[in-house]
Design a protein around this ligand. Structure first.
Ligand SMILES: O=C(O)CCC(=O)C(=O)O
Ligand SMILES: [Fe+2]
Length: 332
C-alpha cells in the first residue's frame, strides 16, 4: 500500500483491530449538514418505498398498524433513490477506505440493503454470511476475500459479533464441531451465547463498521434504525458498473439504471436468480399475532416443549441458550 493512497481517516489502530478481532468503527468525518440532509433523504426513501409499494424489500415481524418495512433492497435504484443519498456516498468515500483497509485494488459491491426498521426491538439468528473452511476462522481478518460495511445514520447499540476465542478452534470455543456449527446456524430462534463471548457494537451516526462476515454475527437492535448494509469483494476486473456518486464498482443489479421487473413472472425469475427478496406483507391474522406477541412475549414460551429438543440440548451444553424474549418489547 503506498503512503499516498492511504485514506487518512483510517488509523493504524483500525487496521490492527480489524485484523485481530474482525471489526472496527471509523468516523466518516461527515459534516452535520450532510448528516441532516441524509436523514431527510432516508425518511423520504422509506416513505416513497411504502407509498410506491417498492418491491425489493424485507419485512420482518409485520405489525397490524405500523408498516414494519425492515429493509429496502437495491436502494440505489433510480426509481427509489434520491439526491440526499447520492450526496452521502459522494462524501463518505467508502471505496477509498476499503482499498486502504484491505489493500484491495477495485472493491466491488455485490449486496446493498438499507435497514430502515420502525421503532421495534429486533434480533435475528446467529450466522456467517458465507460457507467456508472453518479451520481458517482464527486467521487474520485481512486474509478474507469478503468485507461487510455498515454505514450508520442512527445511533444503535446491539449488533453482535462472536469473539474469535469463542469461535471454531478458539481457546474458549463454544462451536466445538461442525454439528454445533450447523445447529446454531440453522436454529429457528435467536440464541444467547455467554455474555462475555461476543462484542456488542455501538454504532454511531456518521460512522462505518467494517466487519469480517465469516465470523458469526447476529443482527440486534432496540428501536428504529437507518443503516446501509453492504458487502464487498475485490473484483480485479473492469467489467463492472459504477454509479457516478460512488467510488466503488457494483454488480449489474446495483446499477442505479437497472430496470426492475414489473410483472409477477419477471419478478419470480429475478428473485430466484439474484436471491433478492420481494417480501409480501403478512396477512392480517399474522400481523395481529405479531403485534400481540410483541407486547406479551408468550409465543416462544408456549412452544417450549417443541423447542427444547435434542438439538437444543446439545448446543445448550456448549453455552447457547434460547433468547425467549427476543423480538418482543422485553428483549434485553
Ligand atoms: O440486522 C442486521 O444488522 C444484520 C444483518 C445481517 O447480518 C445480514 O443480513 O446478513
Ligand atoms: Fe450477516
Amino acid at each position: 500500500m503506498s503512503f499516498l493512497t492511504k485514506d487518512k481517516r483510517l488509523k493504524k489502530k483500525n487496521i490492527e483491530e480489524f485484523n485481530s478481532r474482525g471489526w472496527t468503527l471509523i468516523d466518516l468525518k461527515l459534516s452535520q449538514n450532510i448528516i441532516n440532509n441524509t436523514l431527510r433523504g432516508l425518511e423520504n426513501i422509506r416513505k416513497d418505498a411504502i407509498k410506491k409499494n417498492y418491491k425489493p424489500r424485507r419485512i420482518y415481524y409485520d405489525h397490524l398498524i405500523s408498516n414494519n418495512l425492515s429493509a429496502i433492497e437495491l436502494p440505489f435504484n433510480k426509481s427509489i433513490c434520491n439526491k440526499d443519498i447520492h450526496n452521502l456516498f459522494i462524501k463518505a468515500k467508502i471505496g477509498s477506505l476499503i482499498k486502504s483497509l484491505m489493500n484491495w485494488q477495485s472493491p466491488c459491491c455485490d449486496l446493498s440493503r438499507l435497514f430502515c426498521m420502525g421503532d421495534f426491538k429486533y434480533r435475528g439468528n446467529w450466522h456467517r454470511d458465507y460457507k467456508g473452511d472453518l479451520t481458517t476462522i482464527q486467521n487474520s481478518s485481512s486474509e478474507r476475500s469478503v468485507l461487510l460495511a455498515g454505514i450508520y445514520l442512527t445511533n444503535q447499540k446491539g449488533f453482535r459479533i462472536l469473539k474469535k476465542d469463542y469461535d471454531f478452534n478458539g481457546i474458549k470455543t463454544i462451536i466445538k464441531n461442525e454439528y454445533v456449527e450447523d445447529t446454531v446456524n440453522s436454529f429457528q430462534y435467536p440464541l444467547n451465547p455467554p455474555s462475555e463471548s461476543y462484542y456488542e457494537i455501538e454504532g454511531k451516526v456518521g460512522h462505518v463498521l467494517f466487519f469480517d462476515p465469516f465470523l458469526m454475527h447476529q443482527g440486534s437492535t432496540f428501536g428504529s434504525r437507518f443503516d446501509f448494509h453492504m458487502k464487498f469483494y475485490d473484483s480485479k476486473e473492469s467489467k463492472f458498473k459504477r454509479n457516478i456518486f460512488q467510488d466503488f464498482d457494483v454488480i449489474d443489479i446495483l446499477d442505479e439504471n437497472l430496470e426492475l421487473p414489473v410483472n409477477s413472472q419477471e419478478i419470480a425469475k429475478f428473485k430466484k436468480f439474484h436471491k433478492i427478496p420481494f417480501d409480501k406483507k403478512s396477512t392480517v391474522i399474522q400481523r395481529i399475532r405479531n403485534s400481540i406477541d410483541y407486547r406479551i412475549g408468550l409465543r416462544k414460551i408456549l412452544k417450549f416443549k417443541k423447542i427444547k429438543n435434542s438439538k437444543y440440548k446439545l448446543i445448550k451444553k456448549s453455552g447457547w441458550n434460547i433468547d425467549w424474549f427476543s423480538n418482543t418489547q422485553w428483549q434485553k
